[in-house]
Design a protein around this ligand. Structure first.
Ligand code: FDA
Length: 392
């Protein structure tokens, strides 16, 4: 057979798998349908690629089987990727919460992966589309591609998720999974801005650009971070994170002052600033326009001394349990990730190999494993790519 391993998709997971298998002496070919590899890496982290998170644990991932990611994450950890980054002299810094970014550019991460692939003898073909795949009678797989026919012993599906279609995202990986009898769990956009409609949108729309530190909650998930008001709804890290847990019909609540005992704070303000209006008091802790809007739409602003004993605790409760009625999400157009995907039930968690079709592997985002915002998705791409590359 002319190839030991063919990898479809030259993104984060595919390139990591390729260099790992290539280092073992396997003859590896990567087929990428875009005109270059790693486009999502290039656009990630605002051009600086948040390439890992030092605090990565399985708890940072969503999957129908929360145990699936454990084995690969335990074997290829953030320090392993950091060692590669350091060996290539790429300077990096921690932004917050264990999130590591390049000091300079995400181009360095792509260049590093391509250099490692070249060193390991990996062949990379860009602008190559795969037309058909079938299991060869004598074992392995036969592929028909725009670059001709090819045969391989192992086939790795690393085609990613559906987010940002204009970057080359396709549902191809899901089609192949189904072709070989694998279940694909329903997909939806994750790490995505939420949209508001009707009066909910009207209340916020002209505050676009205002950022407030909140705690966003959906079910048991809770994220303390910034919320950004947009023209069409809400975004910012707290909203992106909680969006992965939200579905239409699910309750979404904000604590607008997560670091305060709000009732105690309001009662203290009443004692210390009895003549100040509520809107002035709230402007100490919120951007002024946001405080003003709270008092126009939801509360009546009057001097603090005029609030009765029952009124301030009621305002405090409302600030701590602020309901958001989202009409939907901005969808795959802007989503950072795709939730759902190839059911991990049919895939070995240590090898990423199909349990029913020997030699067929699934890695990265095409699988039903989705990380939080903050470098976790790349860590999953590296870890799952490495797990498959070690055995494919
Ligand atoms: P990935 O999408 O990287 O690669 C899949 C590859 O397959 C692509 O190159 C695609 O062109 C190719 N392909 C698709 N269909 C094909 C076909 N039919 N034939 C051949 N090739 C095909 N994560 C993180 O941890 N830190 C961050 O900073 C960011 N930032 C970020 C910003 C933005 C704007 C987005 C959209 C996403 C992020 N992410 C992120 C998420 C992260 O980019 C994503 O989870 C990983 O790239 C997934 O790696 P994969 O290799 O699985 O897919």
């Amino acid at each position: 057979m002319e190839h030991d391993v063919v990898i479809i998709g030259g993104g984060a997971a595919g390139l990591m798998c390729a260099l790992t298998a290539g280092r073992r002496g396997r003859r590896v070919r990567v087929l990428e349908h875009a005109n270059r590899c790693g486009k999502k890496i290039l656009m990630s982290g605002g051009g600086r690629c948040n390439f890992t998170n030092t605090g990565t644990t399985p708890a940072n991932f969503l999957s129908a089987n929360p145990h699936f990611c454990k084995s690969a994450l335990a074997r290829f950890r953030p320090e392993h990727f950091i060692a590669m980054v350091d060996a290539h002299g790429i300077a990096w810094h921690e932004k917050e919460l264990g999130q590591l970014f390049c000091d300079d550019s995400s181009k360095q991460v792509v260049a590093m992966l391509l250099a490692e692939c070249a060193e390991a003898g990996v062949l990379i073909e860009t602008s190559c589309s795969v037309e058909t795949i079938r299991a060869a009678p004598a074992g392995g797989f036969a592929l028909r591609t725009s670059g001709g026919a090819m045969a391989t012993e192992s086939l790795v599906i690393a085609t990613g998720g559906l987010s940002i279609p204009k970057m080359g995202a396709t549902g191809f990986g899901y089609d192949i999974a189904r072709q070989f009898g694998h279940a694909v769990l329903p997909t939806r956009a994750g790490l995505v801005p939420l949209t508001l409609s009707g009066k909910h949108q009207e209340h916020y729309a002209d505050l676009a650009g205002v950022s407030v530190h909140v705690s966003a909650r959906c079910g048991k998930a809770r994220f303390d971070n910034a919320m950004l008001v947009t023209h069409r709804g809400l975004s910012g890290p707290a909203i992106l994170q909680v969006s992965s847990y939200w579905e239409p019909g699910k309750e979404l609540l904000l604590d607008l002052l997560p670091e305060h005992d709000i009732e105690a704070w309001l009662l203290e303000r009443q004692r210390e600033q009895p003549a100040a209006e509520l809107r002035t008091v709230l402007a100490d802790v919120f951007p002024k326009r946001f405080a003003q809007r709270l008092c126009e739409v939801w509360f009546t602003s009057k001097p603090m001394r005029q609030y009765s004993h029952g009124e301030l605790p009621a305002i405090a409760r409302q600030l701590a349990h602020w309901p958001i009625v989202a009409s939907g999400t901005e969808g795959y157009r802007t989503a950072e990730v795709t939730l759902g995907g190839v059911d991990t039930g049919g895939v070995s968690s240590s090898r990423m190999e199909s349990t029913t079709v020997p030699g067929l592997f699934f890695i990265g985002e095409v699988l039903d494993v989705t990380g939080w915002l903050g470098g976790y998705n790349f860590q999953w791409a590296w870890a799952s790519g490495h797990a498959a590359g070690a055995v494919a």
